[in-house]
Design a protein around this ligand. Structure first.
Ligand SMILES: NC(=O)c1ccc[n+]([C@@H]2O[C@H](COP(=O)([O-])OP(=O)(O)OC[C@H]3O[C@@H](n4cnc5c(N)ncnc54)[C@H](OP(=O)(O)O)[C@@H]3O)[C@@H](O)[C@H]2O)c1
Length: 314
């Protein structure tokens, strides 16, 4: 361990950080070690990482001093914030600033900041196609991350632009639903546009590829996708891969979706509308080729589905 480069992994018990931690731990001769950061070292996911050789460290993104201690002596930091725990763009930015400040104090050699684009740059401020949320954001969890990019300047940083997790089908309740006649359907405001998607586990594997590449991606923005598919194409693949009746796609208007009333419906409505209205921009900012260079095991939707079909509630 002493001669290995330590990567302090924020979000180690979650999707992105967990994928990175597992990628490093499954490559014992790769030259890197995992310092898994969590608020609760006793939770099962933290214990599972410890059992595979990770050092588990208690720190909180709201407490910069705890992060400074957690990053001390580390070579690299994987930085991710979890918007969906609090739904606040301001809080997400404050947590990102704490990570950046602590990484500066610790003098780390490489930070990967998991970010997204500033969707406000895609529309004029008076564009009425979607509401402003939290007073100043179009898609708060995108725009706040993009604003937070500035905190990382001055660090040897790679800005990692991620894509929609296919795992949302089981983690976020987005799988097709069966009605009482046994017909499967799902509803998105995506029209015929392609959604840039990725297996959540592959994000961490790509991040590991970035750390392994040393300085190559420092100061750069790297956008990754697994595959860009329309909702119809995804539904057809689910029909085939899960062996269920045809999945019907209800393509609704974004306003209708925003009005569905679940927590975050307005946020998700705006996000899907960005994916739909700015399809070319979103696709242009993300590359499956680069993701595959970083992570040769990058999965397609079909490959991800074959591995995860038992997790999808039917
Ligand atoms: N879902 C998608 O399709 C998608 C796509 C692109 C980007 N994203 C972004 O991904 C982010 C979430 O990442 P994820 O999916 O990897 O998260 P996740 O699986 O929900 O797990 C959240 C992780 O963040 C850690 N965490 C949260 N608050 C913390 C705090 N105050 N201090 C320390 N650790 C904290 C948790 O650690 P402990 O609980 O163990 O402390 C946990 O490891 C979101 O901001 C979202 O916008 C999501």
């Amino acid at each position: 361990m002493a001669d290995k480069k330590i990567i302090a992994v924020v979000g180690s018990t979650g999707s992105q950080g967990g994928g990175l931690a597992r990628a490093i731990l499954s490559d014992p001769n790769g030259g890197f070690a995992v310092r898994a950061i969590t608020r609760d070292p006793n939770k099962d996911k933290a214990k599972a990482l410890a059992s595979k050789g990770a050092e588990v460290v208690d720190a909180n993104l709201d407490d910069v001093e705890s992060l400074k201690k957690a990053f001390a002596g580390a070579y690299g930091v994987y930085a991710v914030t979890n918007f969906w725990e609090h739904f606040s763009g301001e809080k997400e930015k404050a947590q990102a600033k704490n990570i950046a400040d602590a990484a500066k104090a610790a003098g780390v050699k490489h930070v990967i900041w998991s970010t997204l684009e500033d969707t406000r740059n895609l529309m004029k401020p008076d564009d009425k196609r979607m509401p402003m949320l939290q007073e100043k954001y179009r898609v708060p969890h995108f725009d706040a991350k993009a604003e937070a990019n500035a905190y990382f300047s001055g660090l040897p940083v790679t800005y990692l632009v991620t894509s929609f997790y296919w795992d949302n089908l089981y983690m976020f309740g987005l799988a097709p639903k069966k009605d009482d006649k046994g017909v499967y359907s799902w509803t998105f405001p995506m029209g015929d546009a392609k959604l840039a998607g990725i297996a959540a586990e592959d994000i961490g594997k790509c991040a590991y590829g970035i750390f392994k590449a040393g300085s190559q991606y420092q100061g750069k923005t790297v956008g990754i996708t697994g595959e860009n598919l329309t909702v119809k194409e995804m539904g057809d693949k689910l029909t085939k891969g899960l062996g269920i009746g045809p999945v019907q796609y209800n393509a609704v208007d974004a306003n209708t979706y925003r009005g569905f009333g679940f927590q975050g419906a307005d946020e998700m409505g705006n996000m899907f509308q960005v994916y739909r209205d700015f399809e070319k921009h979103v696709a242009g900012a993300r590359s499956a080729d680069i993701a595959r260079q970083l992570n040769p095991q990058l999965q397609t939707f079909d490959q991800w589905l074959a591995k995860n079909k038992s997790r999808i509630p039917l």
